[in-house]
Design a protein around this ligand. Structure first.
Ligand code: SAM
Length: 137
């Protein structure tokens, strides 16, 4: 969930989560002009088509290689990995790669956004963060 403000070439987005009491809580802010939401742009349709059939199933484990700011992470935990003991493991170096667009990014900031929006899910044991290469994992 997010809300945004456009300001002089920037597109500030506040990332929101519903807390345990059902209230909306701001968990992170990011400039989507600098850190685009690639998940919504390119992947969400495929996830909806192929992964929603697993929604609510108990004990399933998903592995995501390349978690970035956690857009797919949040979607999976909100929409699919909702059953008892369902777990997501995220693997990322949080240092980018030679993909177009990565060179202008501060990957320390990418990881801070990921950490602040996923803290509650990690402490609840629903999400495991592994910082390293896919090969090291
Ligand atoms: C396109 S982004 C991932 C987008 C994300 N899945 C989403 O939906 O928002 C690519 C990510 O892969 C990570 N990455 C690139 N090479 C990697 C590797 N060898 N091992 C782990 N992570 C890697 C980068 O740090 C970057 O965060």
């Amino acid at each position: 969930m997010s809300g945004g403000v456009r300001r002089a070439g920037r597109r500030l987005i506040t990332l929101l989560r519903v807390d345990a009491r059902g209230s909306l809580q701001a968990v992170a802010t990011r400039d989507e002009a600098q850190y685009p939401n690639w998940f919504v742009q390119y992947a969400q349709g495929y996830f909806e088509r192929h992964l929603t059939r697993y929604a609510g199933k108990p004990g399933i484990r998903f592995l995501q290689i390349g978690a970035y700011t956690g857009d797919a992470t949040a979607w999976l935990l909100d929409r699919v990995l909702t059953g008892p003991d369902a777990i997501l493991v995220d693997v990322d170096t949080w240092s980018g790669s030679d993909e177009e667009g990565h060179e202008q990014m501060d990957f320390g900031e990418v990881e801070r956004i990921y950490d602040s929006r996923t803290a509650r899910m990690r402490s609840a044991g629903r999400l495991i963060k592994h910082k390293g290469t896919s090969k090291s994992f």
